[in-house]
Design a protein around this ligand. Sequence first.
Ligand code: SF4
Ligand code: SF4
Length: 272
Amino acid sequence: MIIAGIGSNGGIGQTTLLANFFVALHAKKKNVYWVSLSNLVPPLLLHPEDKWTEVETIYREIPVWDKQTCAFCDSCQKVCNSGALSRYADFYVVYTELCNSCAACIYACNKHALKFDHKKIGIMEQYSVHQNILRVNLHNREIFGPWHLKKAVELVLKKFPVDSFFLLDIPSGFRELWADMFNLSDVVLFFTNDISMWEMLYKSVTHDQATFLLVVKSDVYDIFSERGFSFALPLPYSKKISEESIQGNIVTNKQYQNVIQELFLSMNIDVE
Ligand code: SF4
Ligand code: SF4
């Protein structure tokens, strides 16, 4: 089961909740994997001994242009929907961070002046202290986008038992990835305090894909409830909760832990 944690606000929010949920699933002896879609891992899951081992190399097919065979017809540039191929006088540049490796430019070129290069763009790493904790570590120039998201999901599903729980964590923001996260996930754990944004999102998504679980700060729960979203899970927030999560401890607040139990119920996860 792919469970994506998505947060529209920064600070102590979605990642902290997801990390506490990971610990709870693990304590129940569930086969659960943490997958950071960046090199950031929450303090709760880290140990002073910070050692990571490469488990997968991430390659990407990037077109390489050959000036000698090019006829400068511009066909490649015209078919690229990502704006990843640009002509400058008698030179073509491929912006690898925009390219999604679709191959349209290669098929469009009847001079065979573009060829795919199998390029290493990063690695997936496994934490030596806890082998179910993974992170995606891309080269500096790579900007995490939909292609990388699909690749990360494909790699974990290929490498680890598919009936596991995979908790995907992306840093807050990254809104351009939300639609893809919704498509690739079985459950979306959505953390927000912004009712207008949530209403817009709720109307726009197709609800036959992922199951949406809405989590809000408890002090705004009434606003969500009055607008018809009483199913939102109210998560308490306090200085103590904030300190516990920054220090890498489990959140001990009873109401917070109740929300985690609610997540088990909402996802039909049996807890003995
Ligand atoms: S592979 Fe696709 S996205 Fe990349 S440069 Fe070619 S047409 Fe553009
Ligand atoms: S389609 Fe091929 S020949 Fe035409 S400009 Fe692009 S690389 Fe050159």
